[in-house]
Design a protein around this ligand. Structure first.
Ligand code: FAQ
Length: 326
């Protein structure tokens, strides 16, 4: 029995009974594990989303890494350093989870460095002031949590499990960012202005992190059916706005959207139109820092060549010793 038009790696239609059992398993909220049968399109979607996610964590170190040497106090420096290291760790968990789908880390890295793979648009914006560290923690990690908490219930086991620890760490990141904003917002007028400017810069790009609107989202419908995604892009974006507006009010800062208004009827905030053209331009590689970010990753990869070689040589030596002893 063949149907549904889903095809495997050889372009053959996948057996309908396997497809039906696969969907039934997902509908029963059972996890799909690496050795389970899965449709090729499910595997491809996961590799695409998870590798984009892992790349985002890795490239996402750069805007904040920019401030480690310039943090205003030793304490701030230690906290920022720890946060940036956490992001590296998140990238590594998610790369490992992606490898369980039969793709190698080298392949994934190659796709990032050659510009074939995407990473989150948000990391292509500059971070010109210390307040941007506050705005990133508060808004970017805040948006990441909103998106990633539902991913803890993603149908693919390794991805879901990697998200549990990541979300705990992201919560710490969000709080440290909000705390930076609180100190600045209660500081001198110059500090408050700096915090406001960082909010102005980060607000709209952080809304774009949730992806295009539902009507333009290519993958949402299928990903929701497969329970990779539990909420649509617009639903998550709205949840984020509803949670964040009172936090901005508490800081005494103004969200840069004149159309932002509480709507009694819907029980949500209405908001102004997002500049989708900007999102698509950034995704295409034309954002303010795309070239700089990619070049930084290429340089890091090239400069790390000797470390990879040394690690491989050491591993080879260990293996030889082990074989001789056996
Ligand atoms: N930027 O059909 P959809 C973080 C692409 S981690 C770039 O809606 P989907 C932690 C999309 O890939 C942040 N590309 O796609 C941190 C697709 O392209 P394709 C990353 C985007 O997958 C904090 C096309 O547009 N988080 O921040 C973007 O169903 C601080 C059509 O879109 C994740 O990756 C975008 N904003 O939904 C680190 C979470 N939006 O492949 C350091 C997991 C869309 O067809 C410091 N990912 N695209 O060529 C997801 O939840 C989903 O992949 C979405 C997109 C929601 C991002």
């Amino acid at each position: 029995m063949y149907s549904q038009g889903l095809t495997d790696a050889k372009g053959q239609e996948e057996p309908a009974d396997l497809l039906a059992e696969f969907q039934a398993k997902i509908d029963r909220e059972e996890k799909i594990e690496p050795r389970d049968w899965m449709p090729m399109a499910y595997r491809k979607t996961l590799i695409r989303q998870m590798s984009q996610h892992a790349h985002s964590e890795i490239v996402g170190q750069l805007p904040e890494g920019n401030w480690i040497t310039r943090a205003p106090t030793l304490n701030r420096k230690m906290i920022l350093l720890a946060k940036v290291q956490d992001e590296a760790g998140h990238g590594l968990y998610i790369y490992s989870a992606t490898e369980t789908l039969g793709v190698s880390r080298d392949q994934l890295t190659d796709e990032l460095l050659t510009g074939k793979a995407k990473y989150s648009s948000i990391f292509n914006y500059p971070t010109p002031s210390w307040a941007d560290m506050g705005a990133i923690g508060w808004l970017v990690d805040g948006a990441a949590i909103m998106n990633q908490v539902p991913l803890c219930r993603c149908s693919y086991g390794p991805y879901a499990r990697s998200m549990v620890r990541i979300c705990k760490e992201e919560s710490f990141h969000q709080r440290q960012g909000y705390e930076i904003m609180t100190v600045l917002a209660r500081g001198t007028q110059a500090q408050k202005d700096m915090a406001q400017r960082a909010l102005n810069r980060t607000w709209w790009p952080s809304l774009m992190m949730f992806g295009p609107s539902d009507k333009n989202s290519t993958h949402s419908a299928q990903s929701m059916k497969w329970k990779i995604k539990r909420f649509s892009n617009d639903e998550l974006r709205q949840k984020f706005i509803d949670a964040t507006v009172p936090q901005a009010e508490h800081l005494g800062l103004t969200i840069p959207d004149p159309d932002l208004k509480w709507n009694e009827e819907t029980g949500h905030y209405d908001h102004g139109e997002i500049n989708w053209d900007e999102l698509f331009q950034v995704i295409k590689g034309n954002g303010p820092c795309n070239k700089e970010r990619l070049q930084a990753r290429i340089d890091a990869h090239e400069n790390g060549e000797w470390v990879r070689e040394a690690a491989q040589t050491y591993q080879q030596k260990q293996n030889n010793q082990h074989n001789e002893a056996a």
